[in-house]
Design a protein around this ligand. Structure first.
Ligand code: SF4
Length: 408
């Protein structure tokens, strides 16, 4: 048992709800760790005074420019044991696959060198080893590095990428997310460890449009699995589904919820899919998992410029590559090349502290595409149209010209 604990009446209230509380976890750690005792004290003080007391600074490991988030307390005289509470960001394995043995080893290392508090995973996608003194950072990282894990990104750099569980366990997966993640990681490792860009840049990989990694909203380059042929339909399973759930349920929950009205439930309880109008939103497939699955001609859609708030508000990614195959070595090389072109263009044209999406908004999508050498395609919808009218000036002339060309 460590030194006496602080009174934490406000934090205690957070334990009273129905859900597990982080306060309970911290109290458990505080039994052995003085830094957690004072952390609880500082947190209670923050709640009382409604102020945060952490400031940044410099803390790192040899050979790396980033990856450690330094946190120094401004009220260290009151809570000396938590005066330094740095976070080490560690990149997860693609798809976040771990063995329980590795997780135990992480726990052992962090109990030895840090507070014992680990977040799997922060919104950055990293394994967050939270609560380390400046003195212990190097030793902790060395042991994690021995396990085969590397430091994640922080600051104005390529950040730690994230990929969904994908091919390993999900039947909706339309490409090898683990490989795509790994290829990007291997090629941009220098930009992850040595911050030298206008601001952060994130890659995220989701195997289908369900987008389990929130890549459209949260990444500068989102790689999303999709298909370009027809949805695979098992009509016998459709019939079983209708039999189990009833026609009314299927009509209310599948047919009418298709955003493009591409589905029809026939009188004999089979399904007709108007594939030309399907926008691959995944809804029907999610509901009727046995009956429907993505088509066989699979690949990816690539979007650029998603991000959270910052300067001009949240932005969703914009489609810059409607479809590309991602199977052969060449395909993966093309993906990496596209990532490199985007980063280089942004590094040259982005303002300081400006995300890629903000730059696209400032200079215009056309200029961005021209800079990358990508042809404009009608599938690159930046904003749904709000005006139903189309100007037809010159169309008659064009028709006459085409007719003439055909006749000649
Ligand atoms: Fe409709 Fe979406 Fe199913 Fe396509 S995937 S048929 S758009 S519900």
């Amino acid at each position: 048992m460590s030194k006496k604990t602080h009174d934490t009446p406000m934090l205690d209230q957070l334990e009273s709800g129905p859900w597990p509380s982080f306060v309970t976890g911290l109290k458990r750690l505080a039994k052995d760790k003085e830094m957690v005792v004072d952390l609880l004290g500082q947190l209670e003080h923050s709640y009382k005074t409604r102020k945060g007391y952490w400031k940044g600074g410099t803390a790192s490991v040899i050979g790396y420019g980033g990856g450690v988030i330094p946190r120094f307390s401004e009220i260290a005289e009151k809570f000396p044991a938590s005066k330094e509470f740095h976070t080490i960001r560690i990149m997860p394995a693609p798809g976040m696959h771990y063995t329980s043995d590795i997780l135990r080893k992480f726990c052992d290392i962090w109990e030895k060198h840090g507070s014992g508090l680990i977040a799997l995973h922060g919104q950055s996608g990293d394994i967050m080893l939270q609560g380390c003194t400046t003195e212990n950072i190097q030793a902790a990282f060395d042991e994690v590095n021995e396990l085969g894990f590397d430091m994640g990104g922080a600051g104005p750099a390529v950040r730690t990428s994230m990929s969904c569980v994908g091919h390993a366990r999900c039947e909706h997966s339309c490409y090898d997310e683990g490989r795509a993640h790994r290829e990007v990681l291997n090629n941009f490792i220098d930009d992850i460890h040595r911050p030298a860009l206008p601001y952060k840049f994130k890659f995220k990989f989701s195997g289908c449009a369900n987008d389990c990694m929130n890549s459209i909203q949260r990444s500068d380059m989102a790689v999303l699995g999709t298909w370009r042929d027809d949805i695979q339909v098992n009509q016998a399973e459709v019939k079983n589904f209708v039999k189990a759930k009833g026609r009314e349920y299927v009509i209310n929950n599948v047919i009418t919820r298709c955003p493009t009205r591409a589905l029809t439930l026939r009188n004999d309880d089979t399904l007709d899919v108007d594939n030309r109008n399907c926008v691959k939103c995944m809804h029907c497939i999610n509901v009727m998992t046995r009956a429907l699955s993505p088509g066989k001609d699979r690949g990816v859609t690539i979007l650029a410029g998603g991000k959270r708030t910052l300067k001009i508000g949240d932005l969703m990614g914009t489609v810059i590559v409607p479809f590309m195959k991602l199977e052969s070595d060449d395909d993966f090389a093309k993906l990496v090349e596209l990532g490199r072109s985007i980063i280089e263009f942004w590094a040259e044209n982005g303002l300081e502290h400006e995300r890629c999406g903000e730059m696209i908004e400032r200079i215009g999508l056309n200029n961005f595409l021209e800079g990358l050498g990508i042809e404009v395609d009608p599938n690159m919808v930046n904003h749904p149209r709000t005006n139903p009218y189309v100007r037809m000036d010159g169309w008659d002339d064009e028709v006459a010209r085409l007719k003439q060309a055909k006749a000649g």
